[in-house]
Write a protein that binds this ligand. Structure first.
Ligand SMILES: Nc1ncnc2c1ncn2[C@@H]1O[C@H](COP(=O)(O)OP(=O)(O)OP(=O)(O)O)[C@@H](O)[C@H]1O
Ligand SMILES: [Mg+2]
Length: 309
């Protein structure tokens, strides 16, 4: 549906986007994950035709967006990072304003406002002024204003920054619902949990480059990270370690002072066998931690930095 090829955008010496390529298939949710300044907003501004690339090409349904910008513009809903609303108007009037821009009017407009306000969960506050809304409600209305014309493709730029967990959950679920109704979604974020929860495919961006792309599982596999089990045990004995070693899913085991680290193999894991091996050897377990590799882990492995530096 969308093909980004060798895209570049420099601001003086800053390589905001430095030769990136990726594809977005119809019906999927694609996540652009990366820290501040990675180049996410620049990338999606170019896709939305708000900004011109220095080099590269973008095809939307096979059409070059630079040559025929109208094609993508008509079918796109863009939710900017900054909130674009009229605070002194009601939620309803804000949606009406945006609906008219998209050429909707009369009953059709009313119908769409009703539908959209239900999706974003502000239908009960629609007649209140936006300046009386909470931060989360403003964010939701900001999203709603990009949905009125049934866009085929929706691009959201970090729509959950600075809001409470409940509103955040609501936004994520709205995005899922919008996608289920048929829209293709591009979602940027620096929260790996959001991208893990939402996205079919993920591009990890850093300093203008895409440093990895794939499904969450593919990304984790690509760095061959494995789940580890870490136990804090008082009175570790050689016999205890021997017993744990014999458990079929235990691949490797290491211990130092009061800590045992187990690398497992396979998915058939019954943790009680470990606990048994500890207790029958008079060990005293004080904590057990299962570390699953996640996208944060992938980012760390690829860049040597934490995602949220
Ligand atoms: N208009 C501009 N003029 C100069 N530099 C810019 C401009 N827009 C972006 N940049 C620079 O390009 C780089 C990428 O910025 P961009 O906004 O695309 O990052 P981002 O991934 O969206 O970050 P954030 O998570 O903070 O929104 C940054 O170094 C930024 O300072
Ligand atoms: Mg940004």
């Amino acid at each position: 549906m969308l093909e980004i090829m060798n895209l570049k955008k420099y601001f003086n010496k800053t390589k905001a986007v430095d030769d990136i390529s990726f594809k977005v298939e119809k019906g999927e949710i694609l996540g652009l994950l990366g820290p501040n300044g990675a180049g996410k907003s620049t990338t999606i501004s170019i896709i939305s035709t708000l900004l011109k690339a220095d080099a590269g090409k973008i095809l939307y349904k096979g059409v070059d967006i630079e040559k025929e910008p109208k094609k993508i513009q008509n079918e796109l809903g863009f939710v900017p990072q900054e909130i674009a609303l009229y605070p002194s108007l009601s939620g309803y009037d804000n949606l009406k304003f945006w609906g008219r821009i998209y050429g909707l009017k009369g009953d059709k407009l009313k119908e769409k406002i009703k539908e959209v306000s239900q999706i974003i969960g502000i239908d009960k506050r629609l007649n209140d002024k936006v300046e009386e809304y909470s931060g989360g409600m403003k964010r939701r209305l900001n999203i709603g204003s990009a949905l009125l014309h049934d866009p085929e493709i929706i691009i959201l730029d970090e729509p959950t920054v600075g809001i409470d967990p409940q509103s955040r959950k609501h936004i994520l679920d709205s995005v899922k619902e919008i996608n289920k109704k048929g829209s293709t979604v591009i979602y940027t974020s620096h929260y790996m949990e959001e991208v893990e929860y939402l996205c079919d495919k993920i591009c990890i961006m850093d300093e203008g480059n895409i440093i990895a792309k794939g499904t969450k599982e593919e990304l984790i596999e690509s760095i061959s990270a494995e789940e580890k089990i870490i136990l804090q045990v008082e009175n570790i004995t050689g016999k205890m370690i021997e017993n744990i070693k014999k458990i079929p899913y235990v691949d490797k085991i290491a211990y130092i002072e009061n800590e045992i680290t187990i690398k497992k193999k396979g998915n058939n894991v019954d943790y009680s066998e470990i606990l048994e091996a500890v207790s029958k050897n008079q060990g005293h377990l004080t904590s057990m931690d299962i570390k699953k590799p996640d996208l944060e882990f992938v980012f760390l492995a690829l860049t040597g930095r934490a995602l949220r530096d």
